[in-house]
Design a protein around this ligand. Structure first.
Ligand SMILES: Cc1ncc(COP(=O)(O)O)c(C=O)c1O
Length: 396
């Protein structure tokens, strides 16, 4: 433990350069792959996107992978492919990014929140069960930080009520549960390839599924819901028609080239993330009041985030912790302000603070510490030293 005065209280910061809580890692090989893609025949969606989709489908062990422009558009497509619409209810967690709930709202359905299991920090199957009504059509669980949600329990509820499940696996790409890759669980799962995620394509997302019909809908909706060769018009090669309300969520070969090269480094990224987590866990074991993430059972997660909870014994509250870490030039973040606190969900759907006490209690203490493959030993030591100094300062 260190008795250095934390920068927040007048000392020198532990480091000069700001350390972000997340960051991409792009090597020369990836840059070269992007340059080569620019020389290709396609710079929009072409054969490299197809190759990227095939690699992801193989890795996840599913029949189909459909690349999109972001995790958010992947969720939108999944909601549309599932057929969610006006009058439907879709149950999800309040402790997530807004896009998770937009599976429902983008489709004109109602997002219904259910409280979380505070240990996993994701949807509690029993709370979901209590929210099911005759209008419920789906569940959108989120694997918080990459830690698998209660997959078995949630699938059980889905089976009982014949609900479509869309797994928001934005945090969890590259992990597994019960020996099965995350994303292989029915009906659909989706990933984000935003720069802070486990691999990146700049912006980007992917929906994966074993269901042929869903995959067909996803592909059609991604590209204008267009039939490019309608029956009966074989002699009119220009005759392409829109069959419904589709989108242009086409991803480019440039992004896919980056994605393919990032996949080659997935094991390296996971190893580095695991090493940092092991160092954090060991160091914080000795710091009272820090609750480290749950030890995975039945799973080998690839963690996107390292989210701890700052309890009373630590000596200061979460707000002071965040500001003190920022004063040390260490970027920390809170994932997430619960969705029922957001004006949009309050004004549109009548949610209020107090509605989901377990999510709120977890939120009050949450902080994500820096975790990414570009962090070196000094970066990790800086984070640990800053946390220890803060605790020591308050313990005295
Ligand atoms: C849980 C979760 N769902 C959805 C999204 C949306 O992904 P994207 O930023 O790629 O649109 C994010 C990204 O921040 C996320 O963390």
């Amino acid at each position: 433990m260190t008795d250095r005065t934390p920068a927040h209280y007048g000392g020198e910061p532990v480091r000069e350069a700001v350390l972000g809580y997340g960051s991409q890692s792009i090597s020369e090989t990836e840059k070269q792959a992007v340059v080569e893609a620019l020389d290709g025949d396609y710079i929009t969606r072409g054969p490299t996107v197809e190759a990227f989709e095939e690699r992801v489908a193989d890795l996840v062990g599913v029949d189909h992978a459909v690349a999109t422009t972001s995790g958010t558009t992947a969720l939108h497509l999944a909601g549309r492919a599932a057929g969610f619409g006006e009058g439907d209810e879709v149950i999800t967690t309040p402790l997530t990014f807004a896009s998770t709930a937009h599976v429902a709202t983008y489709c004109g359905a109602e997002p219904v929140f259910a409280d979380i299991d505070p240990h996993l920090r994701s949807l509690d199957p029993e709370a979901v069960r209590e929210q099911v009504t005759e209008d419920t059509e789906g569940i959108v669980p989120m694997h918080y930080t990459g830690q698998p949600a209660d997959i078995e329990g949630l699938l059980e509820v889905a089976d009982e009520h014949d609900l479509t499940v869309i797994w928001d696996a934005c945090h969890a790409f590259g992990g597994s549960w019960n020996g099965e890759p995350i994303g292989a669980q029915r009906d659909m799962a989706m990933f984000s390839f935003h720069p802070v995620k486990n691999i990146t394509t700049g912006e980007g997302g992917m929906v994966v599924t074993d269901d042929d019909e869903l995959a067909d809908r996803l592909r059609r909706l991604r590209s204008f819901d267009m039939d490019y060769s309608p029956e009966g018009h074989e002699s009119e090669p220009w005759y392409q028609v829109t069959e419904g309300l589709g989108y242009n969520y086409n991803v480019t070969d440039i992004q896919a080239a980056l994605g393919l090269a990032q996949l080659d480094r997935l094991d390296e990224f996971k190893r580095r993330r695991d090493e940092i987590i092991a160092q954090y866990n060991e160091a914080f074991d000795d710091v009272p009041g820090i609750r480290t993430p749950p030890e995975p059972t039945e799973s080998d997660p690839m963690y996107h985030l390292y989210a701890v909870e700052i309890g009373e014994e630590f000596g200061c509250d979460r707000e002071e912790f965040v500001n003190a870490m920022h004063a040390e030039n260490i970027g920390v973040q809170v994932h997430y302000v619960p969705l029922h606190y957001h004006p949009y969900f309050q004004e549109e759907f009548g949610y209020e603070r107090g509605d989901y006490p377990k999510a709120e209690a977890v939120y009050d203490e949450l902080v994500s510490l820096p975790l990414h493959a570009e962090m070196d030993e000094e970066d990790v030591d800086d984070v640990i030293a800053a946390v220890e100094a803060l605790h020591t300062y308050h313990a005295e």
